[in-house]
Design a protein around this ligand. Structure first.
Ligand code: GLU
Length: 498
């Protein structure tokens, strides 16, 4: 198959199997990233399969959001919904025929049996077990039904589920992250493969589909470790070799509990909306359970792909540190070429109503200067609009922040100084000497010549130009505003500050 060369040249096949039941959780993004990097670093294939078997909770919007989110992160797949591949379809709900065939096979071989216990009986059983402080489990009462009786009752339309007949003994899961993990079968319930409604369960279909799609390695969240013995048993019952497993440590919140809304945002979309750069998000996700060399925290995706190995993933839970995330974000922003940064902040400036993308494109140099002045100061793209607000306000009513106005009013001769300085600016401009550097140096000389202290001019001037108590270089503010707007603002300040 020409469109899937990777699949053709290798047996290494990994996958991500998201359930489209909500927002794009960061845990899913990390699982996708680790699987993808493993495949990409080894010439394997990365498959995307949508596990939409839960028909009531799965939505097309969620599926679309997951695909879009993964693409946004720079993750591409060799086979999956939309692009197809040799093992179509890639949506679990469209694969039920195959699942039914396997269910019949499991029943036929005796590895599975029909259970006719009513939900009421099972409820009573559970209640009694709980009252005795026992772990609730099925008492296997339908295990001993003869095949004849089972067929007869099923043919008569009696509702039933299909259970797996868990044999005595133990299953050892050889986990590439956690080592050997033993499960005594005394703790593995005769689990349900197909419900009364005919709907197959996750543990059942995941094995059917992973077999069909020739998946060689399954890397997923640790919460699935408990499911693994059930799945390994099913592989055995079907005479198939199980894939290699690697369970990624849980992502923990700062409260050391499973990452949830309680301690911060969990959805990729929340971080995109806040203006975390893509590189920072990917970099941060890479660090959730993996480290490059124990020292280097900042690295790009190519480095991750080159060095990632599942056996280097840590067992202990990965604590999600929002401060580190923010730092990484700011660090990424500081290293960005200015042209790229302007592109990234454009949607935020648009959302603030300051400029359209076309206007930004039309005044590219000006916007680059505007953004460059804040590049060292912001940690998120979303912080930019508030910092550049004054440059989009009318000259007559720049918002004066309280501290800025207070600073300005400390200087008795402010009006006089501002007026003189405005005249000086006009001369500088007429002399063609209006660069940021020349202005910054000239301003200092202006203050010294008059034997003043810097704040005597700079505080009223800053209030006049930006209404803020601090911020970017004043020469920079003047060149951004231009002579006319600068003088208009000074004029307004003389009126407003008296
Ligand atoms: N649909 C499951 C999930 O989203 C997939 C688990 C697996 O990878 O086997 O958690």
């Amino acid at each position: 198959m020409d469109s899937h060369p990777r699949a053709a040249v290798t047996d290494l096949r990994v996958r991500i199997a998201p359930s489209p039941t909500g927002t794009v959780h960061l845990g899913l993004c990390r699982t996708a990233l680790f699987n993808w990097a493993y495949a990409r670093g080894r010439g394997g294939a990365f498959i995307l399969r949508v596990e939409d078997t839960d028909r009531t909770r799965s939505t097309a919007e969620s599926e679309a959001a997951i695909l879009e989110g993964l693409r946004w992160l720079g993750i591409d797949w060799d086979e999956g919904p939309g692009i197809g591949g040799p093992h179509e379809p890639y949506r679990q709900s469209e694969r039920s025929e195959g699942h039914e065939r396997v269910a019949a096979q499991v029943l036929e071989s005796g590895h599975g049996y029909r259970c006719f216990c009513t939900p009421e009986r099972l409820d009573e059983l559970r209640a009694a077990q709980e009252a005795r402080k026992e772990t609730p489990r099925y008492d296997q009462s339908c295990r001993s039904l003869s095949r004849e009786e089972s067929d007869r009752r099923a043919a008569a339309g009696e509702p039933h589920v299909l259970r797996f007949r868990v044999p005595e003994g133990e299953t050892v899961v050889r986990d590439l992250v956690r080592g050997d993990v033993r499960f005594d079968h005394g703790e593995v319930d005769d689990w349900i493969m197909v419900r009364r409604t005919g709907a197959a369960t996750y543990n059942f279909v995941v094995v059917c589909d992973d077999i069909d799609m020739r998946i060689s390695h399954v890397f997923r969240g640790e919460e699935h470790l408990v499911n693994t013995p059930k799945q390994v048993l099913l592989y055995g019952a079907l005479g198939e070799e199980a894939p290699a497993f690697g369970h990624l440590p849980l992502m923990l919140g700062t409260d050391r509990k499973k990452l949830s809304k309680r301690t911060g945002d969990t959805a990729l979309g929340d971080y995109i909306a806040k203006g975390y750069p893509r590189e920072a998000i990917v970099n941060f996700l890479c660090l959730q359970g993996w480290a490059l060399d124990g020292e280097t925290e900042v690295f790009d995706t190519a480095t991750f792909v080159k060095h990632f190995d599942i056996t280097d993933v840590q067992k202990a839970g990965a604590v999600f540190d929002p401060k580190k995330f923010l730092w990484l974000s700011g660090d990424t922003i500081r290293r960005m070429p200015i042209g790229e940064l302007v592109g990234e902040v454009t949607p935020f400036l648009e959302a603030a109503g300051y400029a359209t993308a076309a206007e930004i494109e039309g005044r590219r140099e000006w916007f680059e200067q505007l953004v460059a002045g804040e590049q060292e100061r912001i940690e998120l793209f979303s912080e930019l609009p508030a910092r550049v607000r004054p440059f989009f306000e009318a000259d007559a009513d720049v918002t004066y922040e309280e501290a800025a106005e207070k600073n300005a009013r400390k200087h008795e001769d402010r009006a006089e100084h501002l007026a003189q300085f405005s005249g000086w600016l006009e001369e500088r401009s007429a002399a063609g000497d209006f660069s940021t550097e020349a202005l910054s140096a000239g301003m200092k000389a202006w203050v010294k010549e008059r034997e003043l202290k810097f704040p005597a001019l700079f505080q009223p001037l800053r209030c006049a130009l930006t209404g803020m108590a601090g911020g970017r270089d004043l020469g920079d503010c003047i060149t951004l505003l231009g002579l006319e707007r600068t003088r208009a603002r000074i004029e307004a300040a003389i009126q407003r500050l008296g």
